[in-house]
Design a protein around this ligand. Structure first.
Ligand code: HEM
Length: 530
């Protein structure tokens, strides 16, 4: 990476700019504070020193509560104008997709999830894959991961899930296997994701060599207001490569930030990484014919029935000019959509959509959207929002009466945009307000299939990593996890069980505490486990 030594010869003394404080006052002495005599006490009116040190005291903002370790790069998305071989306008009116060759600026932040801001990038963990499109209709954020599914399907479980992944709250012990598997052993919906994160895909060889997914189900809306369900897939033009646990140990022994370095060095060499964006499309209904719910983020949609269709390509060609400004302060959210794109009723998506901007108002500040990296720079932004900490300016429209910061008004303020000429035509939903899991959970089929469809070395890695993790756990937690692995696939349960000395006979009858998480078919299978 470029550093101080590689910037070329320094300018002559006369050409060097003068150091000032933030008030614009020149700094005559940056080595010695003002004191009474050379050895004397410091004085409190020492503005230059106090400005410097108190700014330093505030250099850190809270790190992200999850995905704290990450790296951002910038580039461009180029649309195909089609979805597969059909005109894309048939499904969405989102402007960024319509014309072949249309370019939209993007930012992409890659991340790990559980560790802190300086933690190892070679950790076994899902990777975040968050893309911001700076479109002419405002910003669109697609905030996903590299594995395609998630551990839980209802946002209400997220704080508990994350607590289970983080160090012990009493002594900050980072040996978290017991906590992690304790939570998973009571959350059958995590089984599919476990087969991915504990397999080779759990440690990508670099950010450039991984896939990305929107994970949650979204909607597309066309000019007639008709809706379809969509899932997003980013396929890298670089090969998909993963590390074994051993590869990762060697890498992190040398450098904790190995993937950030790889990304920025590739961009500096002109090796710009690219990803093709594909979607899967389903009609916007409940799909009773499927054995899973299309709004369940623990499931993938079979590609034979719902093929991938390409819509464009993204290329990253710029690293940040300043990491703090452009990576630490960048803020993504699942609520940030443009016309032609919409939410689904996925119960994770709704919780996420509240959480992101809520945390960013705390983490970065209430005016986080005024920062250049977050502002909708390619759209016209005119709001009646005013003031708040770190307010940077007012987004007045040309000719707007600056006194009128309210709407409606007849004295030259902002007006509402034209309402679409038709009503949106998604399904009509009725139901009693309740707290119920979705009816079609099927937590084991896709986990078992994932195992069976893996290559032999991938199966062996998964089994070895499960044995390694579970060996660090208490016996009751081990037994309950083996129960789930048998439920997913006998061979998987058998192999991991053999590795830690637990058989199907040992675990029969150990259903999760909340047995309502199981379907009738699963209860029957449990009765004949193994
Ligand atoms: C970051 C909440 C599920 C992907 C975050 C942050 C929060 C959060 C609070 C920190 C944001 C910031 O400080 O700027 C949640 C909640 C979830 C959830 C409440 C479930 C209800 C997911 C899922 C995915 C995901 C399912 C993947 C599909 C990400 C990514 C980031 C992130 C990629 C990092 C964004 C960045 O690079 O700045 N999440 N999350 N999250 N989350 Fe989630």
């Amino acid at each position: 990476m470029t550093d101080v030594a590689s910037q070329g010869p320094a300018p002559s003394e006369a050409d060097r700019a003068v150091l000032t404080n933030r008030q614009g006052h020149p700094v005559y002495d940056n080595q010695n504070q003002r004191t009474v005599g050379a050895r004397g006490p410091a004085t409190l009116e020492n503005y230059q020193f106090l400005e410097k040190i108190s700014h330093f005291d505030r250099e850190r903002i809270p790190e992200r509560v999850v995905h704290a370790r990450g790296a951002t790069a910038f580039g461009v998305f180029v649309a195909d104008g089609t979805v597969g071989d059909e005109p894309i306008s048939r499904y969405t009116r989102a402007k960024l997709f319509q014309e072949k060759g249309k370019e939209t600026e993007v930012a992409l932040r890659f991340s790990t999830v559980a560790g802190g801001r300086d933690s190892s990038e070679a950790a076994r963990d899902p990777r975040g894959f968050a893309v911001k499109f700076y479109t002419e209709d405002g910003n669109w954020d697609l905030v996903g991961n590299n594995l395609g599914v998630f551990f839980i399907r209802d946002a209400i479980k997220f704080p508990d899930f994350i607590h289970s992944q983080k160090p012990d709250p009493v002594n900050f012990d980072r040996q978290v296997a017991n906590r992690v598997f304790d939570f998973w052993s009571q959350s059958p919906e995590a089984m599919h994701m476990i087969t991915l994160v504990l397999g080779p895909r759990g440690i990508p060889a670099s950010y450039r060599n991984m896939q990305g997914f929107g994970v949650n189900t979204y909607k597309w809306v066309n000019a007639q207001g008709e809706t379809v369900l969509v899932k997003y897939h980013w396929l890298p033009q670089q090969a998909v490569k993963s590390w074994t646990a051993e590869d990762a140990e060697i890498a992190q022994g040398k450098d904790l930030g190995v993937h950030t370095k790889d990304l920025y060095e590739a961009i500096e060499r002109g090796e710009y990484p690219s990803w093709d964006l594909h979607v899967q499309i389903m009609s916007d209904d409940e799909h009773p014919e499927l054995d899973f719910d299309p709004l369940d983020d623990t499931k993938t949609w079979p590609e034979n029935d719902f093929p991938l269709r390409k819509v464009g390509t993204m290329t990253l060609n710029r690293a940040p000019e300043n990491f703090f400004d452009e990576s630490e302060q960048i803020a993504f959210g699942t609520g940030v959509l443009v016309d032609g794109l919409d939410f689904s009723d996925d119960k994770m998506l709704v919780g996420r959509t509240f959480s992101y901007s809520d945390t960013q108002r705390y983490r970065v500040g209430p005016n986080y959207l005024q920062l250049p990296v977050n502002s909708a720079k390619n759209a016209k932004v005119h709001t009646n929002q005013r003031d708040g900490q770190m307010s940077y300016g007012v987004d007045l429209a040309p000719g707007q009466n600056p006194h009128v910061n309210y709407e409606p008004s007849i004295t030259g303020g902002l007006r509402e945009a034209e309402y679409p000429t038709h009503d949106e035509q998604g399904p009509v939903i009725t139901g009693r307000v309740t707290r119920k899991r979705i009816p079609r959970t099927d937590d084991y089929t896709q986990a078992g299939q994932r195992y069976l469809l893996s290559e032999q070395w991938e199966k062996d890695e998964l089994v070895a990593n499960l044995i390694d993790g579970l060996s660090q756990c208490d016996r009751p937690i081990q037994e309950r996890m083996i129960w789930h692995l048998f439920m997913a696939e006998d061979e998987l349960g058998q192999r991991v069980g053999d590795g830690i000395g637990i058989s199907a006979d040992d675990v029969r009858g150990l259903a999760p505490l909340q047995t309502q998480t199981l379907t009738e078919a699963e209860l029957q299978r449990a009765a004949n486990l193994g």
